[in-house]
Design a protein around this ligand. Structure first.
Ligand code: CMP
Length: 139
């Protein structure tokens, strides 16, 4: 079924001017960018967005990283979008990512791994609503 997923192009990627190259990967694989904006996340936004990881040892560094520069938040739409985007991104740790994935080709480390993507349709809906009003999504 056609579904939507939430995506973030992270500060390591915007810093290296990779927004267009990453968007081309989504579009080439059939995902449509139906909403997109470049923002500088606040500490409060990062802490709330990654709240599920609050108890993890990497939480503090992750929030510092995500607020270290601009990010591009996006809604991607397409057939099986959540799973398809996870394939396009590759494994969280670039060392484990398959050839031809965004993280294999662009990520700097497990933290500075260039992109975030929702892990389920349920979380996608929550994450999209956190950054976008319905009127900003144009399918
Ligand atoms: P993301 O998919 O955005 O979800 C959580 C983020 O935490 C992950 O990508 C990485 O950027 C970051 N992270 C840093 N260290 C780790 C780790 N050891 N395991 C998982 N995620 C990590």
């Amino acid at each position: 079924a056609v579904e939507r997923t939430f995506s973030i192009i992270k500060p390591d990627a915007t810093r290296r001017n990779l927004t267009g190259k990453i968007n081309a990967r989504f579009e080439e694989k059939g995902l449509r960018i139906v909403a997109q904006k470049r923002i500088h996340m606040s500490r409060a936004q990062a802490e709330q967005f990654y709240g599920v990881h609050k108890a993890r040892p990497f939480f503090n560094d992750l929030c510092t990283f995500m607020t270290s520069g601009p990010v591009v938040v996006q809604v991607l739409e397409g057939e099986n979008a959540v799973a398809k985007n996870r394939e396009i991104m590759g494994a969280t740790n670039p060392a484990n990512a398959d050839a031809g994935t965004i993280r294999k080709d662009f990520a700097e480390s497990i933290e500075a791994n260039s992109v975030h993507g929702s892990d389920s349709p349920e979380n996608a809906a929550i994450e999209i609503a956190y950054f976008f009003a319905g009127s900003e999504i144009v399918g």
